[in-house]
Structures are given as structure tokens and as C-alpha cells.
Design a protein around this ligand. Structure first.
Ligand SMILES: Cc1cc2nc3c(=O)[nH]c(=O)nc-3n(C[C@H](O)[C@H](O)[C@H](O)COP(=O)(O)OP(=O)(O)OC[C@H]3O[C@@H](n4cnc5c(N)ncnc54)[C@H](O)[C@@H]3O)c2cc1C
Length: 382
């Protein structure tokens, strides 16, 4: 039996991959054993999904293989996590039981279209990688009618992404010469476009989509979907093509382990600890409350920042140093305009007296930075 401590990382997404790499870049395989478990063996930066919808990318050109991790002496196991046993400090997958000394839960959020009656039968899921090519093909065929983009639950991943999707779809239809005969309607349960970014930036985003004739409908809380019809608590709307952002939940195994209440996410503070010793949680599977009205948004940059915080704290424990890092809450999300430019929403969630957000000008340079953001992550993590 080796007495090298074992870090087990559940999930090979933004959080899992950044934690694994940060630890391995600082500690050798003689100091720590690292295992990443994921039910799939590929990673994709979330926003590449929108490029697949637009048709400038394919799925195959947008993924990195988790099998590359072994080259860095990070074990990878492609299996589903079925049980987390916090008392006995192990997890069970389809075929194995793996013990851990440190556990990092980075399992993301799960899309739950089944929570909205009629959605799966009558609409497409804008965030589901399996539906992207079909969405692209439907958009390619459309010549006239009504496209509805509908946010069906809060919180959801990357709050600006559905707006960016509407702008990219607008540009696709413009390039095809059919934009004048296709209407794009955007439905949100919120009173403003981006509650996490505050009223001023929300107004700027509203102006941006309105300038492309995308109509925003606020406070539309979905009840159910029928054929070609959205039924809200306060009204109805017709559509020819529905692109939905379904409600998000945590993976079932998180509820089974008691780490989160049914339908919610794992509550953490800025040290990303759970109540269990050496068990941490990062990214979309968590809720990190900032103040009475706000939590850290679900975004890759924040999952990455939290994962690095946890990694640094594990590294200092192994090196017998004082554990001290706290997640700084800083990050940025790009919004592509559909006109070969992008702007950047810069966020500082823990600035005093309140979270600060800034929206930059939309420029070709920011679009280049966005492309670089993806390239960098794929090359440094895999
Ligand atoms: C269209 C779109 C655009 C986006 N744009 C941006 C952007 O511009 N900037 C940004 O920062 N973020 C963006 N995001 C959000 C970003 O992708 C997520 O916030 C990020 O992936 C969260 O990282 P995570 O590690 O918490 O979870 P994930 O990256 O989702 O990783 C979780 C992993 O856990 C695995 N898993 C789950 N359950 C199990 C199980 N039971 N067994 C085994 N494995 C399991 C999953 O397969 C998955 O690989 C976007 C998302 C979308 C959908």
C-alpha cells in the first residue's frame, strides 16, 4: 500500500481540469496521486456550442480528449459516479470503489428539460451538445416565421450566453438574407436581461439586442410548452422554432449524498469547503452566496477560479504550509455581437461595498481574446 495522498476529482470540466492541472504543476506524482472521473471522455469550452449552432465549428473540432491527462500523470477514469460515501471517504462508480484523501466535487449542473411539461416534445435545448447540429440544420432551413429563445429557470449557466446566441442567430439569418421575414423573440423570467450584472449593464444588453430587432419579453415564467406555443404564468406566445434554456439542477448523486437539498446546489463559502473534512466543491454544482440578492453566476471562469483556490489549499496542506487562499470572485465573460466583434463583461463579485460589473466596448480585439481563451484552456489542460 502506498501512502501517497490521493486527490479524487469528480468531473472533468472547467473546475476539475483546472484543479487537476494546478495540483500536478506544483506537486509531483511522488507527492500526490490525482484521479479525474468523468462519464464522458471529452471537454469542450461552453461557448463553442454557439459556434456549432452558427455553423462555424463542428463538435469534433471543438473538443479535447480527457485521455490526454495520463501524459501529465493524472489518472483518468471514464465512468459515472453513482455514490459519494462521505463517512467512509470513498466514491463508487459503475465498476469501482475509489478511496480518497481529498475530494473535489466539480460535477457541474445538469439540464432538466423534464421539469417543464411539453418541452422535450415541442422544443430544442440550446445547451445540449447532442442537439446543436440539429438546431444548426433547422436554422439553415428557416425562411420565415418566429424563433423563440426562452430561459426556463434560474440560475442557468453563463447568464449572457442566451443573448449571445440570439445575436449569432440574427447574424446567421442576415447572412442568409432571410432576417427580415424571421422574428426573434427572447423570453426571460427576470425583469431585466442580466440580473447578475445589475440594471445598467442589463439596459446596455437590452439596447444591443434591440438594435438587431430582437424583442425581449421580461418576467415570463414558463408553465408548459405545447405544439408551437409557450404557456407562461402570465400569458402565451406562439413560435415556429423554440430554443430553450431548461432549468438546471445538480447531479442526482449530490442529492443522494445529502450535500445539497433537492433541486438546489452545494452551498459553499469562499474557501469552497463542504462540512466534510477535505471535501471541496467548485463551479456550477455549487451556490456561493455573495449578498442577500446575489450568488456567484454559473460560469467557467468562476469554476476555474474556485478550483485553483482549492488546489492551492490542498498544495499547502501537502507542503505543511498554512492553508489560506480564498476565491477572489473575479472573472469576465465575452459577448459576441454577431458582427465580428465581442465585448467583455468584467465582474468582481466580492468588491466592496457591492459586486462590480463593467461592460467593455465591442471590438475585434475582444473577439480575438475570446478565441484565445478557448485555445489556451484546451492546450494547458489537455
Ligand atoms: C452555450 C454556453 C456558453 C458558455 N459561455 C461561457 C463563457 O463565455 N464563459 C464562461 O466562463 N462560461 C461559459 N459557459 C459556462 C461554462 O461552460 C460552465 O459554467 C462551466 O463548464 C462550469 O464548469 P464546471 O467544472 O462546474 O462543470 P462542467 O464543465 O459542466 O463539468 C462537469 C463535469 O462533470 C461530469 N459529471 C457530471 N455528473 C457526473 C457523474 N455522475 N459521473 C461522472 N461525471 C459526471 C460531466 O460529464 C462534466 O464533464 C457557457 C456555457 C454554455 C452552455
Amino acid at each position: 500500500m502506498s501512502n501517497i495522498p490521493h486527490v479524487l476529482i469528480l468531473g472533468g470540466g472547467f473546475g476539475g481540469l483546472s484543479a487537476a492541472n494546478e495540483i500536478r504543476n506544483n506537486l509531483s506524482s511522488l507527492q500526490i496521486k490525482i484521479t479525474v472521473v468523468d462519464k464522458k471522455d471529452w471537454f469542450m469550452v461552453g461557448f463553442a456550442k454557439l459556434w456549432i449552432i452558427k455553423g462555424t465549428r463542428t463538435f469534433e473540432n471543438s473538443i479535447g480528449s480527457l485521455n490526454e491527462l495520463v501524459k501529465k500523470e493524472i489518472n483518468f477514469l471514464k465512468e459515472e459516479v453513482l455514490q459519494i460515501d462521505l463517512q467512509n471517504k470513498n466514491i463508487r462508480t459503475t465498476t469501482k470503489t475509489l478511496p480518497y484523501d481529498f475530494l473535489i466535487i466539480a460535477m457541474g449542473a445538469v439540464l432538466a428539460p423534464e421539469k417543464i411539461p411539453g418541452l422535450s416534445e415541442n422544443g430544442m435545448n440550446l445547451y445540449d451538445h447532442d442537439q446543436l447540429t440539429e438546431i444548426h440544420n433547422k436554422l439553415k432551413k428557416i425562411k420565415s416565421g418566429n424563433i423563440a429563445i426562452s430561459i426556463m429557470g434560474m440560475p442557468y449557466k453563463c447568464p449572457p450566453a442566451p443573448f449571445e446566441a440570439s445575436l449569432l442567430i440574427d447574424s446567421m439569418l442576415r447572412e442568409k438574407g432571410v432576417r427580415d421575414s424571421v422574428q426573434i423573440h427572447f423570453y426571460s423570467p427576470s425583469p431585466i436581461t442580466l440580473p447578475a450584472a445589475g440594471p445598467e449593464i442589463s439596459q446596455q444588453i437590452l439596447n444591443l439586442i434591440n438594435s438587431e430587432n430582437i424583442v425581449f419579453h421580461d418576467s415570463c415564467k414558463i408553465k408548459l410548452v405545447e405544439k408551437n406555443k409557450l404557456i407562461f404564468q402570465n400569458g402565451e406566445a406562439n413560435f415556429d422554432l423554440l430554443l430553450a434554456i431548461p432549468p438546471h439542477v445538480a447531479p442526482k448523486v449530490i442529492y443522494d449524498s445529502g450535500l445539497a437539498k433537492e433541486g438546489g446546489f452545494i452551498p459553499i463559502t469562499r474557501d469552497c469547503k463542504t462540512p466534510f473534512e477535505n471535501v471541496y466543491a467548485v463551479g456550477d454544482v455549487t451556490t456561493l452566496i455573495v449578498n442577500d440578492t446575489m450568488a456567484v453566476p454559473k460560469a467557467g471562469v468562476f469554476a476555474e477560479g474556485e478550483a485553483i483556490t482549492v488546489a492551492q489549499n490542498i498544495i499547502s496542506k501537502i507542503q505543511s504550509k498554512k492553508e489560506s487562499s480564498l476565491f477572489d470572485g473575479k472573472g469576465g465573460c465575452f459577448i459576441e455581437s454577431g458582427r465580428d466583434t465581442a465585448s467583455l463583461i468584467e465582474v468582481d463579485m466580492f468588491s466592496e461595498p457591492k459586486p462590480s460589473t463593467k461592460l467593455t466596448e465591442s471590438t475585434a480585439e475582444h473577439l480575438a481574446e475570446k478565441i484565445q481563451f478557448e485555445k489556451e484552456r484546451l492546450s494547458k489542460w489537455l
